[in-house]
Design a protein around this ligand. Structure first.
Ligand code: PD2
Ligand code: ZN
Length: 281
């Protein structure tokens, strides 16, 4: 019987997620061999993925631990005042740095964002950590769309609020993304920062933080979870979670791995604002 010499996209996605959860490449390569993969092919593929910076290589274990710094958004007390809103801090987690916020958006703003986005949804894509190309993968089953910066009055108003809230200039923000998940849809464990080697210094550099805004209540399921620290954020219309994962020394925080678990009843709408170290344009 011949041995298998091709890894599907689905299997590649599983390998990256499993490596990122801390399982050693050798253990995964052995599992592939047991499944009938050609041993040399299995080991070479694994080390190609590890070497590409998609995951931490065994040698990287000796890297210095992530040095936590409290970002500006975390130094503002229990109510954060922007020029048009009082945002409530509901919870703070130190490691990884997570801030749970309420009253970031009004009900009308949530409804308007959903209705403006509905007609423009496309299957969500991820950046392939090996090729750098965007592609649809089984681990991310939502639909989504992007706004350009200042695309319309609502987006412009929200960008100003997010600048005041996070203290990062509008220019450091990627275009607002809106995502919609139906029953069973999810976004499996991932990091929001770019793999080392895929950071474009000319386009703002590394991502430093994510502001994830909940646009509706979900009847069951659809939580955003941080599995390394046992934190689960239940979607609530108008609320948000901010997490910060890159420090001033360019280290990235592996505890920030997170996922959106499947929606069980109802649907889920969120907006994602990714923030970079420097202006993007
Ligand atoms: O929709 C979510 O809860 C979610 C979870 C994890 C979204 C993202 N990541 C993302 O857009 O990066
Ligand atoms: Zn994410």
């Amino acid at each position: 019987m011949g041995t298998i010499k091709q890894i599907s996209d689905e299997l590649k996605e599983w390998i990256v997620t499993t490596l990122n959860s801390g399982v050693s490449p050798v253990v995964i390569a052995d599992a592939l061999v047991k499944k009938g993969f050609n041993p040399r092919y299995a080991y070479e593929s694994l080390f190609q993925i590890v070497g590409n910076g998609a995951v931490k290589s065994p040698e990287a274990k000796s890297e210095l631990p992530y040095q936590y710094e409290i970002p500006a958004i975390g130094q503002r007390g229990n109510t954060i005042y922007t020029s048009d809103r009082e945002i409530k801090v509901l919870a703070r987690i130190e490691k990884p740095f997570i801030l749970h916020l309420d009253n970031v958006l009004s009900d009308d703003e949530c409804d308007e964002l959903i209705s403006l986005s509905k007609e423009r949804l496309q299957p969500s894509r991820v950046v392939d950590s090996v090729t750098g190309e965007e592609r649809v993968v089984p681990g991310r089953t939502s639909k989504g769309m992007y706004y350009t910066i200042h695309e319309n009055d609502l987006v412009t108003k929200l960008e100003k609020r997010f600048e005041e809230l996070t203290q990062y200039p509008v220019e450091n923000g990627e275009g607002l993304q809106v995502l919609n998940y139906h029953v069973g849809e999810e976004y499996k464990a991932h990091f929001d920062y770019f793999p080392s080697g895929k950071v474009d210094e000319k386009k703002g550099g590394q991502r430093v933080g994510t502001l994830l805004l909940y646009l509706n209540d979900v009847e069951e399921g659809g939580e955003t979870i941080f599995p390394k620290v046992g934190v689960s954020i239940v979607p609530k219309k108008g609320s948000a979670v901010y997490f910060h994962y890159t420090n001033s020394q360019n280290q990235v925080d592996r505890l920030s791995v997170h996922s959106s678990i499947p929606v069980v009843v109802g649907e889920k709408w969120v907006a994602t604002k990714w923030i970079r170290q420097n202006p993007i344009y």
